[in-house]
Design a protein around this ligand. Structure first.
Ligand SMILES: C[S@@+](CC[C@H](N)C(=O)[O-])C[C@H]1O[C@@H](n2cnc3c(N)ncnc32)[C@H](O)[C@@H]1O
Length: 224
């Protein structure tokens, strides 16, 4: 009997300590200093987004907002982007990750755009969350370790399927794989329809096409 009581008390104490730790964490996150910090970051990011003329094949704002909202809603933390350009979509993605506690790896092969993206990430106050690689994604992507819970594919369209095939095993179940500049076969703008058909045929993905901006597939991995 004595032993049973001691065990019960231990479990109870564990719950109390756990509860106190959670409360401390919540307090730290919502403390005036924490709130002011995240408000400052929001202002900094917003300022850069609004003051920059995004002209390097960057996603339209509506798509950036969608990427941001998906990450925030699902609480994703391990993101990969293929095709950084000057960093427009990367900023939307990393902005969301600043709220979920995540990190972004992003790849581009073009030195000038990569350098400009680095400056933009710095100005936005997000560079500490971003690992920006100057590399050929054809070679780099298959070597990335993963796992990822969010992928945005926006580089060379002819390689879309190869990127997907390499990354799908590294995407967690429940994760999301998005691709830019696609349209629903037979219905949209005729963008990368063969790829979209392939995407829609995969039984472990639940895919929808968002055609409001540049055309974006949003695929959730439902099973291994
Ligand atoms: C459409 S832009 C990306 C736009 C970016 N996502 C944004 O919204 O700011 C495509 C980018 O993919 C890059 N790219 C093309 N082929 C690549 C490759 N093999 N490896 C890495 N990057 C590549 C290009 O240099 C270009 O900057």
């Amino acid at each position: 009997m004595k032993q049973k009581k001691a065990k019960g008390t231990g479990v109870h104490r564990g719950w109390v300590i756990g509860g106190v730790l959670v409360m401390l964490f919540v307090l730290a996150c919502t403390s005036p200093a924490g709130l002011a910090e995240s408000k400052d970051l929001d202002t900094q990011v917003r300022k850069l987004l609004d003051s920059t003329y995004w002209r390097d094949m960057n996603v339209p704002e509506v798509d950036g907002q969608t990427l941001h909202d998906i990450i925030l809603e699902k609480g994703y933390t391990r993101a990969l982007e293929i095709g950084t350009s000057t960093g427009h979509s990367g900023i939307w993605i990393a902005w969301a990750l600043s709220k979920t506690g995540g990190r972004l790896t992003t790849i581009d092969i073009d030195r000038r755009r990569h350098q400009e993206a680095l400056k933009n990430f710095e100005t936005a106050g997000l560079s500490h969350l971003i690992d920006a690689r100057l590399d050929d994604a054809h070679e780099l992507v298959p070597t990335l370790e993963g796992p990822f819970d969010f992928v945005f594919s926006d580089a060379d369209k002819g390689w879309y399927r190869n990127y997907l095939d390499a990354l799908l095993p590294k995407l967690v179940v429940g994760g999301c794989y998005t691709t830019h500049n696609v349209s629903m076969p037979g219905r949209g703008r005729g963008w990368n329809e063969e790829y979209t058909r392939y995407l829609l045929s995969l039984p472990n993905l639940k895919t929808t096409i968002d055609s409001r901006g540049g055309g974006m597939s949003i695929s959730y991995k439902v099973t291994e």
